[in-house]
Ligand binder design. Structure first.
Ligand SMILES: CC(C)(COP(=O)(O)OP(=O)(O)OC[C@H]1O[C@@H](n2cnc3c(N)ncnc32)[C@H](O)[C@@H]1OP(=O)(O)O)[C@@H](O)C(=O)NCCC(=O)NCCS
Length: 201
């Protein structure tokens, strides 16, 4: 089991707003917190409750205990900042802000969002996107992207567009469904800084 320890990148972002309680559309309350090294097992249980045909479209093999244990062990907010949504001891959503550690792409972040099926369509996905966009904006990132599988991840597109993302590109056939048929990947993008501040307030 992972032991509690300080980790290298715990102060990259200003995260004083967390833990933060939010109320969903049905009145349920969830607590948002940046992931800690000791959260690996709860995160693993969360991913195992996601239907296999959805896990198939993710960029990582999240059903693998080795993958999640490595994430928890090597947690590095500078590379990937995961915000987890909790109901008591259960993770019900995971949203991550990814960026390169250095170089030409450092000002751009990529968001990935996953909500447990029983907590969907309650505004949690939009809330997670908004939280991560706020963090990115406050910390000087200039642009955010989010990728979604066309005709499959429709809720992600809707939730991202509600926050201010726009569709900027289609990567034709860059995905394949479980039957091997090509699926397009839609790239959504949102500028931060002045535009974002205007959009939010
Ligand atoms: C995408 C996802 C995170 C959204 O989470 P969520 O908590 O349901 O999001 P929200 O409730 O904030 O908003 C989703 C919106 O999409 C709508 N929606 C859901 N399914 C839909 C569908 N098949 N067609 C059209 N709209 C749909 C919801 O009604 C809601 O709109 P509303 O706020 O106007 O009611 C969640 O569906 C999920 O985990 N999907 C699987 C993983 C995924 O696709 N991730 C995206 C890749 S980054």
């Amino acid at each position: 089991m992972a032991t509690e320890r300080p980790f290298a990148s715990s102060h990259i972002y200003r995260l004083s707003a967390y833990p933060k309680e939010v109320t969903l559309r049905d009145g349920a309350r969830v607590v948002l917190k940046p992931m800690s090294p000791q959260d690996g097992e709860a995160l693993q249980r969360f991913f195992l409750r996601i239907p296999a045909d959805e896990r198939y479209y993710m960029k990582d093999d999240v059903a693998s205990p080795q993958v999640i244990q490595r994430w928890a062990r090597e947690l590095d907010y500078d590379r990937a900042l995961p915000i987890l949504a909790w109901v008591n001891d259960t993770v019900v959503a995971d949203g991550t802000l990814h960026r390169t550690r250095a170089g030409a792409r450092r000002h751009v972040g990529e968001l990935r969002i996953l909500v447990a099926p029983e907590y969907r369509s309650l505004g949690l996905g939009s809330t997670m996107i908004q939280e991560l966009a706020n963090i990115a904006n406050e910390n000087g990132l200039e642009r955010l992207t989010l990728q979604a599988i066309a005709d499959k991840e429709i809720a992600a597109i809707k939730a991202a567009e509600a926050i201010g993302f726009g569709q900027v590109a289609v990567l034709t056939g860059h995905g394949k469904d479980l039957d091997g048929h090509p699926r397009d990947i839609i790239i959504l993008e949102m500028p931060l800084g002045e535009w974002f501040n205007w959009w939010v307030f």
